[in-house]
Design a protein around this ligand. Structure first.
Ligand SMILES: *[C@@H]1O[C@H](CO)[C@@H](O)[C@H](O)[C@H]1NC(C)=O
Ligand SMILES: *[C@@H]1O[C@H](CO)[C@@H](O)[C@H](O)[C@H]1NC(C)=O
Ligand SMILES: *[C@@H]1O[C@H](CO)[C@@H](O)[C@H](O)[C@H]1NC(C)=O
Length: 351
């Protein structure tokens, strides 16, 4: 009797604690910017700012969640305020998780994913910015991707296109992924030199390439999400990098609809979280990405919203993982002002 009372008192105490703990992370996080359509985002914990890609306008929105205000960063030759330029902002990534000095931006060709009027050869570009950003920031450098696309074609017979994201390794190199044509990755050094890096033959489908990418600083592995398989690992130290299929322990489900992949450090351990509407799917390894266990959770709000982005957010010591949506089907001038980030159940971070 005594023991039971004592135990339920302890349970009550623990429950109260965990409720209070969970309650202080906002759900959703509100982002209010007209016609934003963010295909990707990153949270800078050091500066307490979100960077969101303005898809149609081809610019970067910097959102301060505390002040509920923003400013935009435009890129000459890319940003089009009428939202009908030849490129669209598809991927944003920070050079590293804590105290990053740079932000990287990927712009895909506007016709790459227009399957009725597709272009494999239109311009797409990659940009590096020094942090902190301000409204008049200009890229440190910008790279036209077309030369490296031609080099891939020359070497392997297929032209990859549709760049959607990048990730950065411990030495400041970037890896830019192609979602269309073939699964391929270009490498860009810290000072902006680009080369072909990894390539494998696609499966002949409409979207054969990788859809998301993240770097795991603990194992020096680059992980590509989607395309030929759920997860593909590359050793960034290899001179001739080969794709290694990561064995998934568990049921991943369909490869259709995978999107971005985020690196989330959890108590010093690496967890990767990928988007596949309406699910967030997390990955954790104990053997250097030879295999991975997975966990899934979903939000019904992300079912038909163009959910593509995953981001980790912090309030004090509390950590949450959120999903962002681009509402692609509403087009470039749909007038939407609210782009809520929905919080996922934190159980997917626990391994
Ligand atoms: C904006 O950032 C750039 C690049 O970091 C810097 O050179 C410039 O002084 C900053 N401008 C303002 C108004 O802070
Ligand atoms: C993990 O992989 C990296 C890159 O392939 C390698 O350098 C390292 O030795 C591996 N570590 C273990 C514990 O297998
Ligand atoms: C996946 O399963 C294999 C075989 O049971 C096991 O050796 C490996 O450690 C597992 N990987 C993870 C990340 O749990």
């Amino acid at each position: 009797m005594r023991t039971t009372l004592f135990l339920s008192a302890v349970a009550g105490f623990l429950c109260a604690c965990s409720t209070a703990w969970a309650a202080s992370l906002p759900d959703p996080i509100n982002v209010n910017i007209k016609n934003l359509s963010p295909e990707d985002l990153a949270y800078d914990r050091t500066r307490q700012l979100f960077y969101l890609s303005n898809l149609w306008k081809g610019e970067i929105a910097v959102w301060d969640p505390k002040r509920q205000s923003h400013f935009n960063v435009q890129i000459d030759g890319l940003t089009n305020l009428n939202a009908n330029g030849d490129q669209q902002m598809s991927g944003l990534s920070l050079e590293k998780h804590d105290n990053p000095k740079r932000l990287y931006a990927v712009a895909k060709n506007s016709r790459a994913f227009n399957f009725n009027d597709q272009s494999k050869s239109g311009p797409s570009t990659f940009h590096a910015f020094d942090l902190p950003l301000n409204a008049s920031s200009k890229p440190v450098w910008s790279i036209d991707i077309r030369d490296v696309q031609s080099q891939f074609k020359q070497k392997y017979g297929t032209r990859p296109f549709g760049i959607v994201d990048s990730a950065q390794d411990n030495d400041g190199n970037s890896y830019v992924i192609f979602a269309l044509g073939a699964p391929a990755i270009a490498k860009v050094t810290h000072d902006g030199k680009i080369s072909t890096w990894a390539f494998e033959q696609g499966n002949g489908g409409q979207r054969p390439g990788y859809t998301g990418v993240a770097f795991d600083p603990a194992t020096n592995k680059l992980l590509a999400f989607g395309g030929p398989r759920a997860l593909t690992a590359f050793n960034v130290k290899a001179s001739n990098p080969k794709p290694h299929a990561v064995t998934i322990n568990g049921s991943f489900g369909t490869l259709d609809g995978t999107e971005k992949l985020a690196y989330v450090p959890v108590n010093g351990q690496t967890v990767l979280v990928g988007a596949r509407a309406p699910y967030a799917i997390s990955f954790h390894t104990t053997d250097n990405w030879s295999s991975a266990s997975i966990k899934k959770t979903k939000r019904s709000e992300l079912k038909d919203s163009g959910f593509t982005g995953i981001v980790d957010y912090y309030s004090g010591n509390q950590q949450g993982v959120y999903g962002s949506s681009a509402f692609f089907s509403e087009g470039s001038k749909g007038g939407r002002t609210e782009w809520p980030l929905y919080k996922f159940d934190s159980s997917i971070l626990q391994y």
